[in-house]
Design a protein around this ligand. Structure first.
Ligand SMILES: Cc1ncc(COP(=O)(O)O)c(C=O)c1O
Length: 459
């Protein structure tokens, strides 16, 4: 295509977008002026926009393209499955060979061996399913008052009605008038956010656990059904819990007979350096939600992992349940299942969880050396290839109000230099979560671009 024709094509795309596209998580009125930034191809860790500009995708899309873009094995697996059986459902005891064998494979590697796998299409619906399963379980056990769910401020669990309500980010709540009723909130877990600077890490952990126990006791353990949490909060600020936190939380949940729903939508499939963050932190969830890395983002798919104890209650003939009235048209979609099989094959063949641990350590030490000393930077933290850079609130405060937040300016500057990282909602944190296949050279380039972008804030 010649340049004029390309330009006409781009203008048409922009017009079509402005006239017809409703972008999620977007400032809708600002978008009317800015228009879209359109990506048209991807290869490895790089994506290319319609202007031909190339970017390192430092966010793996939305924390999901763990294998990078355009892997031939993925394309072949999806295409072969589309020819063989492009769709079949799993209602009423029906199923497809490829989704059943995937469930068996996931059950085998699950943090709780023998878990049952219920498929969905998104992280939101996996969490929604798990929240519903908790209600069903307690109803069947004759405990209809055990309904409340403890969640953490700054959590992100999705944007369906139930999961947005469970989340703890102001942008998700403002103006939507969500049904918040049964959620009870506690503090997030991140040592940098301890408030009291003189608190040791051990005392900080103890204070978080005291807060959790006090809430349980005040509300009444008989009214609390579950604790829903990400092992490491992603969108809320890349919040890595202090040592002893997960041990202590699980001790309290066991003491008061409260279920744990672990939201591994970001952390599942290698991102924290093990297959699941449950392994990284030694967590035994009753229910677990995964999505993103399950298919490495190639086809939408999520899964709820259900412990044998809960499954036995639901499936016991004496429970009186009859038909389990929940599921989706696309639960266990064959194309997604084929993508998940291929993605797992590649992950295991290439040892990508170990790679995430190794490369994450390299990235964190480069950031600590190069970025942390910069005046605007307050903290650098992460685990595996899930990393956050937080600008210091004092420094931001000293600059006075500005139209664009400092983290958005840094992200914008990085984009100009060919790097995509994400300014997180409602805070001062930039997230970095590249494909697990990224090279050390690309990580070094990422750090160099980010350093220049942060330095430019002071000029
Ligand atoms: C921890 C966590 N849970 C749930 C979700 C929701 O997933 P989805 O956007 O696929 O509904 C996300 C999305 O980023 C997430 O980060």
């Amino acid at each position: 295509m010649n340049t004029a024709a390309t330009k006409t094509g781009l203008n048409m795309l922009r017009t079509m977008d402005l006239e017809s596209y409703f972008h999620p998580f977007t400032d809708l009125s600002a978008h009317r002026d800015s228009g879209p930034h359109v990506i048209s191809s991807g290869d490895g860790v790089r994506i290319v926009d319609t202007e031909g500009k190339v970017f390192i995708d430092g966010m793996a899309g939305l924390w999901c393209m763990n294998l990078g873009y355009g892997r031939p094995e993925m394309v072949e697996a999806i295409s072969a499955q589309a020819q063989k059986l492009s769709y079949y459902h799993s209602f009423a005891s029906m199923g497809s060979d490829v989704s059943i064998s995937l469930a068996a494979r996931l059950s085998e590697i699950a943090p709780v061996p023998g878990s049952r796998i219920l498929f969905g299409n998104s992280g939101s619906d996996a969490n929604d399913t798990n929240l519903k399963l908790v209600r069903l379980y307690n109803t069947l056990l004759g405990r209809p008052n055990k309904r409340k769910v403890i969640v953490r401020r700054r959590a992100y669990h999705g944007s369906s009605m139930a999961t947005a309500a469970a989340s703890g980010l102001p942008t998700l709540h403002s103006a939507f008038d969500l049904p918040i009723g049964e959620y009870r909130r506690i503090s997030p877990a991140c040592y940098y956010w301890r408030g009291n600077a003189s608190l040791s890490e051990t005392d900080y952990t103890a204070s978080l656990l005291q807060e959790l126990e006090a809430l349980i006791v005040n509300e009444g353990p008989d009214t609390i059904a579950a604790f829903l949490a990400e092992p490491v909060s992603g969108a809320g600020g890349v919040l890595v819990p202090p040592p002893g936190y997960w041990e202590g939380v699980q001790r309290l949940l066991a003491k008061y007979d409260i279920l744990l729903i672990l939201d591994e939508v970001i952390t599942g499939f290698g991102r924290t350096g093990r297959m699941f963050a449950a392994e990284t932190f030694n967590i035994r969830p009753d229910l677990m939600s995964v999505a993103k890395g399950l298919t490495s983002g190639y086809v939408p798919m999520s899964a709820s992992f259900v412990s044998p104890e809960i499954w036995n209650t639901l499936s016991n003939a004496d429970s009186g349940l009859g038909v389990f009235g929940h599921g989706y048209t696309y639960s266990g979609h064959p194309l997604a299942a084929a993508a998940a099989h291929a993605s797992l094959d590649i992950m295991l063949d290439e040892g990508l969880a170990d790679e995430a641990a190794r490369k994450g350590a390299h990235l964190l030490s480069a950031l600590t050396e190069e970025i942390l000393p910069l005046t605007p930077v307050g903290d650098v933290r992460g685990i595996g290839l899930m990393v956050g850079v937080e600008l210091a609130a004092d420094w931001i405060g000293s600059r006075g109000p500005s139209r664009q937040s400092p983290v958005s300016r840094v992200a914008q500057r990085c984009r100009e230099e060919g790097l995509i990282i994400r300014p997180l909602m409602d805070g001062n944190v930039l997230a970095i979560s590249p494909p697990l296949v990224i090279s050390h050279d690309d990580l070094d380039q990422l750090v160099a671009i980010l350093k220049r972008a942060i330095e430019s804030l002071s000029t």
